[in-house]
Design a protein around this ligand. Structure first.
Ligand code: GUN
Length: 295
């Protein structure tokens, strides 16, 4: 049997269609949602991502500001740019593209972004709020909802799209990064899954994965998860994006074998990638709305 494809491109388009009228309504009320991105250096992959983010903003009417600094920038120069953006009333969301050059203290930069403008949700205050959430209402329906990291939000939206309930399911997250693995863990837990985090040093990864009703893979190794590691009928979300030496892209899941066992599976490209971008738009809108809520 072959899995159903979880089409991130289609779901992202559906969500974008809901964001646009909300942007228009805010603009009519005098608030034009604005996103600023800061790219330090000339990493070609980062340049591609930044271009896609600005194009997506344009499509829904979000104002976007594209800032760049040279590869040799100092910590102080990067910090000064972030402070300027913190003070700019036209900017509701600030995104510092990662990875930063090695001489830059990424944690210090991410912590300097004002938590109310933290469109990536990487500020320790926002990550702490996510970690403290008892359930999804604490995250999404609080008086001032939390900006949740974009890729993890996209992962959860894709799982919701399958109609498979999260509560009570065994979820396995392969990968423990702050950008993906840890926030996905917190979100799945807030939706009442039983969650395991596995990583590069987990013994018997295959057996751990085979226990997963929901399998989220973000380990950064091409085709690491093969069909024999997937529980029959599982929902498989592949966050990986690996460039092959021979050209082309592949995920962390071996799509061809995994699709024979999974119930649902995301393709690469066209799965999680488009969802990350649409969640960035959603977070920008959220922060613009939050800016109208009394502190
Ligand atoms: N680099 C890779 N993923 C991300 C992301 O989600 N946000 C930022 N700022 N940089 C990234």
């Amino acid at each position: 049997m072959s899995a159903q494809i979880l089409d991130g491109k289609a779901l992202a388009a559906e969500i974008r269609g809901k964001i646009k009228p909300e942007v228009d309504a805010l603009k009519s009320a005098g608030v034009w949602p604005g996103l600023a991105t800061l790219l330090v250096g000339e990493n070609p992959a980062s340049q591609v991502y930044i271009r896609s983010k600005h194009k997506a903003c344009q499509e829904v009417g979000i104002r976007s500001f594209n800032l760049t600094l040279s590869q040799s920038s100092t910590n102080a120069e990067v910090m000064r740019k972030v402070e300027d953006l913190n003070a700019d009333p036209q900017v509701h969301g600030i995104l510092v593209q990662l990875p930063l050059p090695l001489q830059i203290d990424s944690n210090a930069v991410l912590s300097l972004i004002h938590p109310d403008k933290d469109v990536d949700g990487f500020h320790p205050q926002n990550l702490g709020r996510l970690f403290s959430a008892k359930d999804a209402r604490d995250i999404f329906s609080a008086a001032k909802p939390i900006p949740v990291p974009c890729t993890p939000q996209g992962v959860i939206a894709l799982i919701h799209k399958t109609g498979v309930p999260i509560a009570g399911r065994n979820a396995v997250v392969v990968g423990r990064s702050v950008i993906v693995g840890k926030p996905v863990f917190s979100l799945l837990l807030a939706h009442h899954a039983t969650v395991t985090i596995a990583h590069s040093q987990t013994p018997n990864l295959a057996a751990v994965c085979r226990d997963a009703d929901l399998l989220v893979v973000a380990i950064g190794i091409a085709n690491k998860i093969t069909g024999n590691m997937v529980k029959p009928g599982a929902v498989v979300v592949d966050v990986g994006m690996n460039r092959l030496a021979a050209g082309g892209l592949c995920g962390d899941v071996d799509f061809e074998t995994a699709k024979e066992t999974a119930g649902w599976i995301t393709p690469v490209p066209g799965g999680v990638g488009p969802m990350t971008i649409v969640m960035l738009l959603q977070n920008t809108l959220l922060l613009a709305k939050n800016s109208c809520v009394a502190a």
